[in-house]
Ligand binder design. Structure first.
Ligand code: NI
Length: 257
C-alpha cells in the first residue's frame, strides 16, 4: 500500500473534514501516513493524530519558520515527544532562506537545526529535512552530522538539482518526491527522479500544499498520491505498482516500522 511520508493533517485546512478524509485512506490504498510537525503549536496536534489513528505516525520537530520562537523548553519538548512510541522521525527541521533572508534569522535557523539534529542522533531517530533556497548550508550541516553518525533521513520536497541530489544519495539518504514531479515545468525535479535509484525515493504530499496535476492549486491530500506514483513510474520506466511497493519498503526500512 502507499506510504505517505509527509503530510500536515493537523493543518486548519482539514478542520472541516479531517475525520472523514482520514477514514477514507485505507479504502483508497493509503496504508501509512507520517504527519510532520510544522510549528511549535503543531507539536501536540501531531501527537493527538498519532494517538487517535493506528496508521498515523509522527515526525516531531520544529520548522525553520519557527526557529526564532524556540527556547530551551521547546527543545526539551521535542526530545520528550520524540520518545513517543509512534514518533518515527525528527522533522520537519532545516533551513528556509526563501522566507528568511537576513543573516541574523539564518543563524538562528542553523542553531535550531543543529540542536534538533543532535536530538535525532541522541534519540536514534531519522531526520526529515526542509530546505528551501539554502542548498549549500543544508548540505554542509547534513554532511557534518552524517559523518559523525546518524540514523538516516529524508530530504523532504526535494527541490534542488542532480548535483545536490548526488551528494545526499551518496550519504544513503532518501529524497521525498511529491506533487511537483507532475508539473509540466518541473524539468529539474524530473531529471533528479530519473537519476536517483528508486531504492532511495519515498512518496509524500506535503498536504494541504502542492497538489499534483490534475488537481494543482486545490487542497492536497494523500488521496492524490497515485498521481505522484504514476509520474515517477513514467520517468523510471516501471509500473506504478512497483513504485508504490518499493517506496513503501524504503519508508518502512528507514523509519523502522
Ligand atoms: Ni511540510
Amino acid at each position: 500500500m502507499i506510504f505517505e511520508t509527509h503530510a500536515h493533517y493537523d493543518d486548519e485546512a482539514f478542520d472541516a473534514d479531517r475525520e472523514e478524509i482520514l477514514a477514507s485512506m485505507a479504502a483508497a490504498g493509503i496504508g501509512t501516513i507520517v504527519n510532520a510537525c510544522a510549528s511549535i503549536d503543531g507539536l501536540m496536534d501531531t501527537i493527538a493524530l498519532m494517538d487517535k489513528y493506528p496508521f498515523v505516525y509522527g515526525a516531531v520537530g520544529v520548522h525553520p519558520d519557527d526557529a526564532d520562537r524556540m527556547t530551551p523548553e521547546t527543545l526539551d519538548t521535542v526530545r520528550r515527544l520524540s520518545r513517543h512510541e509512534k514518533a518515527a522521525a525528527i522533522g520537519e527541521i532545516g533551513l528556509d532562506y526563501y522566507w528568511h533572508k537576513t543573516k541574523e534569522e539564518q543563524l538562528i535557523q542553523q542553531k535550531m537545526f543543529r540542536a534538533q539534529m543532535d536530538i535525532a542522533r541522541e534519540e536514534k531517530l531519522p531526520f526529515m529535512i526542509h530546505s528551501r533556497e539554502a542548498a549549500e548550508d543544508t548540505l554542509n550541516i547534513v554532511r557534518e552530522y552524517v559523518k559523525g553518525g546518524m540514523y538516516g533521513g529524508i530530504i523532504h520536497c526535494f527541490s534542488y538539482g542532480k548535483e545536490i541530489a548526488r551528494e545526499y544519495l551518496s550519504m544513503g539518504l532518501y529524497l521525498g518526491i511529491g506533487g511537483v514531479v507532475t508539473f509540466k515545468n518541473a524539468r529539474r525535479l524530473k531529471e533528479v527522479v530519473e537519476y536517483a535509484p528508486l531504492d532511495q525515493l519515498v512518496l509524500e504530499t506535503d498536504s494541504p500544499y502542492l497538489a499534483p496535476e490534475p488537481n494543482r492549486g486545490k487542497r492536497n491530500s494523500s488521496l492524490n498520491l497515485p498521481y505522484v506514483a504514476a509520474a515517477i513510474a513514467e520517468l523510471k520506466h516501471v509500473t506504478p505498482e512497483e513504485v508504490i511497493a518499493v517506496t513503501e519498503k524504503n519508508a518502512k526500512k528507514l523509519l523502522r516500522l
